[in-house]
Design a protein. Structure first.
Length: 235
């Protein structure tokens, strides 16, 4: 209980610091006025940074996928086989994480292009990076069959992919997945809540209403928490 309270306090402190930094940056960078993102000097630089990150992650994902396929053709046995399986699993996780982050950074780039009125060429670049990262996510997911060829993984195109994946997993694997999902769920709840507080502070101090974003985030929080509580209440 003490550890849980400590984590909550640390999360609250982090949220408060984040909110303060957001307000400070907003008030001192000119974003607090009614000027659009197109008048912000850092918009173009930020877009370039997001593009570089997206490209780097996509390249990393592609190299990881090639490495997974290449290493899967090795003939090993005994302890070496266990070591290779562990290494392949880590590579698979790294590849999926890279593809996920690339999807979000390329989406951020697309948002900057649209909101900050950047050159039209960057619209096609950001859309291309977004589609490429999405494609790599599906390709990487399918590599689970290569990482562990002894098991029949469902296709990522299967509508019941998540259900079938849970059913084919043993108790230990389910425990690991559920533990990770629960930690992600609680983190998202906390971060979104502090995001709402930051947007409220931004709206009050800058005079630029962020009500639409606040209501959308609150709806997501209400929906996901209601879905979770109703799901466990049935058990």
């Amino acid at each position: 209980m003490t550890k849980a309270i400590g984590k909550m306090l640390l999360g609250a402190l982090a949220g408060a610091v984040f909110g303060y930094l957001v307000m400070y940056f907003t008030l001192n960078s000119g974003l607090g006025s009614t000027i659009s993102w197109g008048a912000v000097n850092l918009a173009f630089e930020l877009m370039i940074v997001l593009m570089v990150i997206s490209v780097a992650l996509i390249i990393f994902n592609a190299l990881t996928c090639v490495n997974i396929v290449k290493k899967s053709k090795r003939q090993v046995s005994g302890d070496e086989e266990d070591e290779l399986a562990e290494l392949q699993n880590k590579r698979y996780g790294d590849g999926m994480l890279a593809a996920n982050i690339a999807m979000y950074t390329s989406t951020g780039m697309l948002a900057l292009v649209g909101i900050a009125a950047q050159p039209i060429a960057f619209i096609f670049i950001s859309l291309g990076l977004l589609l490429l990262s999405l494609s790599l996510m599906f390709i990487t997911a399918e590599l689970a069959k290569v990482v562990d060829p002894n098991r029949e993984y469902p296709s990522v195109n299967d509508k019941q992919y998540a259900k079938k994946l849970m059913e084919m997993s043993d108790d230990g694997e389910r425990h690991i997945m559920l533990h990770g999902l629960y930690r992600a769920f609680t983190s998202i709840n906390m971060l979104l809540f502090f995001a709402v507080l930051a947007l409220i502070a931004y709206s009050v101090l800058s005079g630029v209403s962020q009500l639409a974003g606040i209501l959308i985030i609150l709806f997501i929080l209400i929906f996901t928490n209601a879905q979770y509580m109703l799901s466990i209440r049935k058990k």
